[in-house]
Design a protein around this ligand. Sequence first.
Ligand code: HMG
Ligand code: MG
Length: 317
Amino acid sequence: MTALPERVTVYEVGPRDGLQNEARQVPTADKIRFIDALVEAGLKNIEITSFVSPRWIPQLADAVEVARGVTRKDGVTMSALVPNRRGLDAALAAGMREIAVFLSASETHNKKNVNKTIAETLTAFEDVVPPALAAGVRVRAYVSTVFGCPYEGEVDPQRAVDLTRALTAMGVYQVSLGDTIGVANPRQVDHVLDLVLAEHPIETVAVHFHDTQGTALANCYVALTKGITTIDSSVGGLGGCPYAPGAAGNLATDDLVGMLHAMGIETGIDLDKLIEASRLAAAFVGHDLPSKYLKAYIGKQARARRRAEHADEKGAR
Ligand code: HMG
Ligand code: MG
């Protein structure tokens, strides 16, 4: 079998990518409890919110309160999306020590998402990345729609290469390649990663899959064979992008961690506690979450309960 990494960093984006897409406004106190539960489960990188316009993403309008309310723990990095200088100032004032900038590989999605061309967005980052770095804040970046755009369809893989180059030259420590609408297939992931990794060290590249068509875990496997050691996911499979019609939830952290542990790859995450965090999220969003691991876990518990009841009944007879 191809050599795979021994350890993977799971970059949890549920509180941001997940909750930005929920119809129901989740109370700030529930978000904070949720993030605390993720920390308890052993996640070391958590994207907790976005300092974006509340007109564009009303679900995350409480960014400051969330950032100030979560329990900070040594060794746990909390991050937030920042689109412009105003967002950076708010993030810094709220105590963020890591931020993420974002843009798309396709013009139409970029325009719909941040109301700028790709070139204008890169220019706007000049106002964000250098001052963030000067303040000692780490900066990550997303390139969205790398594998397909909801408006333009196919996207030239060279876009991911060019944008990764531009972003790393600016000083971001890692670029996460996003399959925003969940259309990537394993062969495509193999090809894009070959192109990007030809220019960049492995630790500077992460992958971010949505699971619209059920290909996210297969795509992760291909990324692992390339040596990728950071994978984004969202607990329970919460998520989507409000400016990407058809985008389903992110790859579920539960499914990813379940697969990695079964393969003997370490994550430092406690799966039972992760499931508790998924259940907490399902309760406050008010609907079932798509994670398959979560469903299987609930099924297993129900079977164990039935067996125990059956044994009790037999004992009483
Ligand atoms: P705009 O309308 O062009 O900008 O939006 P503007 O400067 O005219 O500002 C509009 C209003 O927002 C103004 O308020 C500003 O003050 C305010 P008004 O005067 O009308 O009351 N504003 C802000 N408020 C708070 N924080 C800020 C901020 N900036 C402006 N930082 C803008 C441009 C970029 C602000 C807007 O388009 C925006 O916020 N977009 C965010 C979109 C977003 O968050 N999308 C989802 C995340 S991306 C994603 O999900 C993909 C990813 O997961 C990877 C993948 O899956 O591929 C990362
Ligand atoms: Mg996403």
